[in-house]
Design a protein around this ligand. Structure first.
Ligand SMILES: CC(C)(COP(=O)(O)OP(=O)(O)OC[C@H]1O[C@@H](n2cnc3c(N)ncnc32)[C@H](O)[C@@H]1OP(=O)(O)O)[C@@H](O)C(=O)NCCC(=O)NCCS
Length: 168
């Protein structure tokens, strides 16, 4: 029985452990630490999946500038503990995070990541929507989920300083 819920005080170390287990190094865990508590952090949108007493997955949506959207978010990092991967958990968790962001009134969520996974979560290529990034990534890896009509408006995506060193 899995529970999907916002992170709570005391979850921090377990969330870091999920990212360290899923990624090659601590870059993503460190990003979560840097963003937590900043103006970009939306407490309801740091979401964990809890199975019994263990946290097995985490996704963060935090504020960025994306074109002319009034209230845009970025996806990342997102990770599922390796033993639980490829069972649909990541997709279900991200879809729930997008639903919660929509309910909070956000316009869109941008992401750079695994194209097939992002597509499975409901994202679509961002470049054809007029969004631009300075980094050199394949078009299909840069995607956006529109959360409301006219939620995606063209222009550059600007990442807060906390993202420096993560490759964006
Ligand atoms: C990426 C991740 C969050 C996906 O969560 P998950 O629960 O394992 O994925 P799902 O079972 O929901 O996958 C749904 C679909 O996304 C795609 N997908 C997921 N992970 C993928 C991968 N590593 N490579 C290519 N496609 C992938 C597949 O199309 C998959 O469907 P399939 O299993 O039927 O082929 C998880 O595997 C993970 O933590 N990976 C390491 C961290 C990482 O790379 N995060 C960045 C994500 S952008």
């Amino acid at each position: 029985m899995a529970i999907v819920r916002p992170e709570q005080p005391g979850d921090e170390a377990e969330i870091a452990a999920i990212h360290i287990a899923a990624f090659p190094d601590s870059t993503e865990a460190d990003l979560v630490e840097r963003l937590r508590g900043t103006e970009h952090w939306v407490p309801e949108l740091s979401i964990v999946v809890q199975q019994e007493t263990q946290l097995v997955a985490h996704v963060l949506l935090s504020r960025v500038t994306a074109g002319d959207a009034a209230d845009a978010l970025a996806l990342g990092p997102v990770a599922v503990l390796p033993i639980h991967q490829r069972g649909g958990l990541g997709t279900a968790m991200v879809r729930m995070a997008l639903d919660r962001a929509r309910a909070l009134g956000f316009d869109c969520v941008v992401a750079i990541g695994i194209p097939a996974f992002l597509t499975a979560c409901g994202f679509r290529p961002a470049a054809p929507r007029g969004l631009t990034i300075e980094m050199d990534v394949p078009d299909e890896a840069f995607q956006v989920a529109e959360l409301k009509p006219m939620g995606v408006l063209p222009g550059p995506v600007l990442w807060p300083d906390e993202w420096e060193g993560t490759g964006v």
